[in-house]
Design a protein around this ligand. Structure first.
Ligand SMILES: Cc1ncc(COP(=O)(O)O)c(C=O)c1O
Length: 376
């Protein structure tokens, strides 16, 4: 196992910035950057679209899919390669066998892109939508239970809420939804949980898990995936259809059935190598433990400042620390910090600043950030 200092040294952005924006976009490790450029270059050497290049791409793609599957605890056939979390959510929203009057329940802390996709689907197909108040709810399970109706077919929630950093009790939520007289499918937005929580999606029994590689996994932007529980592949129809999703004119029997056509293959080399880089520092559980140790440190330090309020009432169980400082707007605070080399972001939905803390984050960075916030 490499030291944390050596691991950090592989990320060019960590050499120039105090980086707290993993939940927006993770920095690429140098080996991933090289894998992407090498893949583009090698395809030119082989001759793009030559038999040799296509064979090489097919082999690499199978191995990339295996690498993603291993991270998630699923079979490679359950995965659809997408370009983003939101694309995965759209595949599910448009592909389910809806009846007019069916009901979708969605949390109040969902990302605007996913909310828009739900509204567009519901408006076009005559579905009802309700929003339930999960933001900082002490008992999110009870809130969801109270908002499910006999017509509810789908619950749309994030595993980790992007605007507060709450981790929802997904196993309990799945038990609740699947135990209803008319079982409710659960579509999980995993943008803020993948690369953070140790995951075994097969054991969890989740229906749909839509993710991206460009945040906590530190892969390139433009590459994500959708997990579909195998028995739901017959239920979920492909909406966009193309040569990658069909075999002999029929939809494939695995996750590739929702893939469409040409995409930037070289990016998946970058994601696979980014995943390999992470495995060189600890297990997923060790990385998670270090991460929440660091996010807890930041949460404790900020909570101790008289003018700062953290949104989470207790220690974080993931990497996001959302907070406000009295007397300064979130926008002013982020700008002032950025001028000093700290990368954070505002979250308009919860009128706060959000710091993303990774296992790569150092104690020194947490201390410097706290001092900079104190001084602003
Ligand atoms: C919870 C959540 N969902 C979805 C998204 C959008 O991600 P993508 O661009 O991968 O669709 C984000 C990005 O910030 C997010 O935080």
């Amino acid at each position: 196992m490499v030291t944390l200092a050596d691991q950090r040294a592989r990320f060019p952005a960590l050499q120039t910035k105090h980086y707290f924006n993993y939940g927006g976009q993770g920095p690429l490790p140098q080996p991933a950057l090289e894998a992407i450029t090498n893949a583009f270059a090698w395809s030119q050497v082989l001759g793009p679209f030559s038999g040799q290049a296509l064979e090489w791409i097919a082999k690499q793609e199978a191995s990339n899919r295996r690498a993603l599957a291993a991270e998630l605890g699923v079979a490679p056939q359950t995965l659809t390669l997408t370009e983003s979390t939101t694309t995965g959510c759209n595949i599910v929203l448009w592909g389910l066998p809806w009846q007019p009057g069916d009901h979708i329940l969605i949390g109040d802390g969902e990302h605007p892109g996913v909310v828009a996709a739900v509204q567009q689907t519901a408006g076009r197909l005559g579905l009802q939508v309700n929003i339930c108040p999960l933001t900082l709810a002490p008992d999110p399970l009870a809130v969801i239970d109270a908002h499910l109706t006999p017509q509810t077919r789908l619950l749309v929630i994030s595993h980790v809420l992007w605007h507060t950093g709450q981790v929802l009790p997904l196993a309990d939520i799945l038990r609740l939804c699947h135990g209803r007289p008319q079982p409710v499918w659960v579509l999980v937005d995993a943008a803020q949980s993948v690369g953070v929580l140790p995951l075994d999606l097969t054991a969890l029994g989740v229906d749909f898990y839509a993710l991206t590689g460009h945040k906590w996994w530190c892969g390139p932007d433009g590459l994500g995936a959708l997990y579909t529980r195998p028995d739901l592949m017959d239920v979920l129809e492909p909406t966009y259809v193309g040569w990658r999703g069909v075999e002999a004119g029929n939809p494939r029997r695995d996750g590739r059935r929702y893939e469409v056509a040409t995409s930037a293959f070289a990016l998946s080399q970058g994601l696979r190598v980014a995943l390999e880089v992470h495995t060189q520092w600890g297990t997923p559980t060790e990385r998670y433990q270090r991460q929440i140790q660091m996010s807890t440190l930041l949460w404790e330090k900020l909570s101790a400042l008289p003018d700062v309020t953290c949104l989470l009432p207790g220690r974080p169980a993931a990497g996001l620390v959302a907070f406000r400082k009295r007397g300064v707007t979130p926008g002013q605070l982020v700008q002032t910090l950025e001028d000093q080399g700290f990368c954070l972001r505002t979250i308009p939905q919860s009128d706060c600043v959000r710091a993303s803390v990774h296992y790569l984050t150092s104690e020194l960075e947490v201390e410097s950030l706290t001092s900079a916030i104190q001084a602003t």
